[in-house]
Design a protein around this ligand. Structure first.
Ligand SMILES: Cc1cc2nc3c(=O)[nH]c(=O)nc-3n(C[C@H](O)[C@H](O)[C@H](O)COP(=O)(O)OP(=O)(O)OC[C@H]3O[C@@H](n4cnc5c(N)ncnc54)[C@H](O)[C@@H]3O)c2cc1C
Length: 367
């Protein structure tokens, strides 16, 4: 099925199957709604397109997943931030997990049975991810690894059945090892953290003598940095297509509430949204043509964060009082848009990557 046929078929199906969320805007309700939407889309096979047959998919280009996400976001069926977790985590699990493990686990994510989380950041390691210190030590007699340490800002941890976890198994970048950990393993403690938009989106996660089977390692000992470098470009690009569609729907609403005197501000917000959409389209095309995502996705991330914050700034300016007083949904989105320059790596770090790795700048200093 090509992209147009797929889009038309998905639209036809969504027109006749009501997956609208209820009035409960709590985070628990959003996560439950996400599972419901994934389950329905998986049962109808839409969620399986663009994924390889080895993990229960129906094949086809990865761009079909983006088209599905766009239709879901445009109809406001699932919160776009948490919908993206599949795009962030599943491709890396497919690349690095044992094939049998990926075949067993990925369908559970696609069909809404499970949420997964990403255990990278630590209290002392965010931008400087390679300094992480959560330790994994081998127990060769038992063919297991024992994990001790703490993660933080782990989105959806309190809902997650599994975690893609980075640990330290030796010095330096080559001493980082990734595991796919069951979150109900004894020794894991999750304490939710509230964001400034009033949602328990992420959590602190402690690991106290957590025993993980050796066959849950992603790749080999020391592959963890490569796992991270493969995962982060997805978090900084492919998962944005449907978020951009969502931003367009916010912009459409704003245009309807505005008058011609606002056209300059609306035009600037549109230009920022259109710029990231064009960039994201090129990224989707590159991925579809078999390209590998890398540091160039930092451009997508900078453009997305810029467009998102500009759009919600424009909402605040053109609809006086809405963000501050009258529109709790818009207020929540406005506050959450501030996180766009932090999650997935801060704007400063993305600009460092662009300068050093894409533009080859900075040779004159110690870096
Ligand atoms: C909504 C949200 C969800 C998140 N979800 C997850 C998740 O699921 N899993 C996970 O592992 N993490 C998650 N994070 C954490 C996120 O990855 C980190 O917050 C981010 O990488 C920054 O790390 P930090 O918070 O430790 O800030 P720091 O690294 O302490 O940075 C503080 C400030 O210093 C600046 N800075 C640091 N180093 C440099 C430098 N070399 N050059 C220039 N400026 C620099 C930064 O840009 C920033 O402004 C999430 C964050 C948010 C906001």
């Amino acid at each position: 099925m090509n992209t147009q046929e797929f889009r038309a078929a998905v639209r036809g199906w969504l027109d006749t199957h009501d997956l609208s969320p209820g009035d409960d805007h709590s985070f628990d309700a959003q996560v439950a709604q996400l599972s419901r939407v994934r389950r329905a889309l998986h049962d109808a096979d839409w969620m399986r397109y663009g994924w390889p047959a080895e993990v229960g998919g129906l094949g086809g280009e990865a761009v079909l997943r983006a088209v599905l996400g766009e239709e879901v976001a445009t109809r406001n069926l699932a919160e776009p931030g948490i919908y993206s977790m599949i795009e962030v985590l599943a491709p890396t699990v497919i690349s690095y997990a044992r094939p049998e493990l990926a075949a067993e686990m990925v369908p559970r994510l696609l069909n809404g049975d499970e949420q997964w989380c990403q255990g990278f950041s630590e209290p002392g390691s965010g931008s400087d991810l390679a300094s992480l210190s959560t330790r994994a030590a081998p127990d060769p007699d038992a063919d297991t690894w024992i994990i001790n340490g703490q993660k933080v800002w782990t989105s959806l941890a309190q809902f997650a059945a599994r975690c893609v976890l980075l640990t330290r198994t030796g010095p330096g970048h080559e001493g980082i090892t990734a595991f796919f950990v069951d979150m109900d393993t004894p020794g894991i403690t999750v304490r939710p953290l509230r964001t400034m938009h009033g949602v328990d989106e992420f959590a602190e996660v402690w690991f106290d003598d957590v025993v993980v089977p050796a066959d849950r390692m992603l790749g080999r000992p020391g592959d963890g940095w490569r796992v991270a470098m493969d995962l982060l470009p997805h978090e900084r690009s492919t998962c944005f297509w449907h978020r951009i569609a969502y931003l367009y729907s916010i912009l459409d609403n704003l245009v309807q509430q505005s008058d011609p005197a606002d056209d300059l501000d609306l035009g600037a917000a549109y230009l920022a949204a259109h710029t990231v959409r064009s960039r994201s389209y090129a990224t989707q095309q590159r991925l579809g043509a078999g390209g590998r995502l890398g540091p160039e996705t930092s451009v997508d991330k900078v453009l997305l964060a810029t467009a998102e914050q500009q759009l919600f700034d424009t909402c605040r300016d053109l609809v006086p009082g809405a963000v501050e007083w009258t529109d709790p949904v818009l207020r929540s989105e406005y506050l959450y848009s501030r996180a766009a320059t932090i999650y997935g790596g801060t704007a400063e770090i993305q600009r460092n990557i662009i300068a050093r790795r894409l533009l080859d700048l900075g040779k004159g200093d110690s870096g």
